[in-house]
Design a protein around this ligand. Structure first.
Ligand code: KG4
Ligand code: ZN
Length: 336
């Protein structure tokens, strides 16, 4: 016999980009399984994600990923109380695979369906596994597709403070990495190469650093690296990576601290793939300590795309009594 959806395990599917991910949360919210099949090695040959290749790969991997997730959770499909999937933002053809799959499972099992905003998944990920619940804070989401500052009043209650006007922070890392001949994705490669480099050697622009809003711009920084490159001789790579990384980090940290002060919050919650970056974590930790602000980071395993954060967001909605219609469409440009 089923328990109520609120007091049963949740299964979530995430296929917004190049990870086929399925997670299962137990009735108490604990992570029972978090499976991720990454396509990075496939897309690396193209220097970036190819949408049609991504969706075909999702189709191929989604059944095996489900089987492993259920096996690891020690559950059968009939034990799941609700099914969730990422509805957007992301690649349309990739989102469609996960949404159709989760809807099919929900219909087949006669359980509720929840369409989840990928950004809300990232936003809430620093709260995953903490006993305090979702606290009012300012959220900084730094990923391959987004650079966002949001005022968070509570679960499911957010307003946007600002975002990027051009490239997202992760996109800037990836594009500069490509320019420097580093493998895709550029973010972790630049971080690795920057170790031991001199971050003061190259004076690179800090776009909108002193603007009186919470907008970001990273395209000028990327262009500055492009113009600098032909003038450089051997052995510059660690210094250039360190200088580039420093420029991104300085803008992110100074604007995030300013946003927390502006909103009168005491907590900064940081998430998204770029927040794996240790230099960013160190700078945010130091700047927040100086400003008397607490800072919570998502667990590094939950920073890049995963389904556990989607299941966690779905759980907040379910606990608030909300589910989604089975005809909810994917929305590649879904906002928060
Ligand atoms: O959150 P995510 O997996 O995907 C999106 O929703 O976009 O973020 C992926 C992004 C990529 O741009 C990747 O280069 C970046 O996160 N990233 C990093 C690091 N690890 C991943 N950027 C800087 N430093 C890292 N260590
Ligand atoms: Zn993401």
């Amino acid at each position: 016999m089923f328990g109520s959806p609120q007091s049963s395990p949740i299964l979530a599917v995430e296929t917004s980009c190049d990870e086929t991910a399925i997670a299962v949360l137990g009735a108490d919210g604990a992570l029972l399984a978090g499976e991720i099949s990454s396509q990075i090695d496939i897309h690396r040959a193209f220097g970036g994600v190819v949408p049609e290749v991504a969706s075909r790969q999702h189709l191929e991997m989604i059944d095996p990923v489900l089987r492993v997730a259920l096996l690891r959770a020690g559950l059968a499909l009939g034990d799941i109380g609700a099914f969730a999937a990422t509805a957007g933002p992301g690649l349309a053809s990739a989102l469609l695979v996960g949404m159709a799959y989760a809807k099919g499972l929900a219909l087949g099992c006669g359980r509720p369906f929840l369409a989840v905003n990928h950004l809300e998944g990232h936003l809430l990920s620093p709260f995953f596994g903490r006993t305090e619940g979702v606290r009012p804070c300012v959220a900084l989401i730094v990923s391959g597709g987004h650079t966002l500052l949001l005022d968070v009043r509570g679960p499911c209650d957010y307003s946007k403070l600002g975002g990027t006007r051009d490239d997202a922070a992760g996109e800037a890392f990836d594009k500069v990495g490509k320019m420097l001949g580093l493998p895709y994705p550029g973010g972790p490669e630049i971080e690795r190469t920057a170790r031991g480099g001199d971050s003061h050697r190259f004076d690179l622009p800090r776009g909108l650093m002193h603007s009186d809003d919470f907008s970001f711009s990273f395209s000028g920084l990327k262009t500055a690296v492009r113009y600098l490159l032909p003038k450089l001789r051997d052995g510059f790579l660690p210094d250039l990576c360190a200088s580039f990384q420093e420029a991104v980090i300085e803008v992110l940290s100074s604007k995030a601290v300013r946003a927390v002060r502006y909103c009168g919050r005491r907590l900064l919650a940081v998430s998204g793939g770029v927040s794996c970056n240790l230099a960013l974590r160190e700078r945010l930790t130091a700047d927040c300590a100086r400003a008397g602000i607490e800072v919570w980071f998502a667990d590094p395993r939950l920073c890049t795309d995963n389904a556990a954060m989607i299941a966690f967001a779905a759980r907040q909605h379910l606990l608030a009594g909300r589910t989604s219609g089975i005809t909810t469409p994917v929305d590649p440009n879904l906002g928060l």
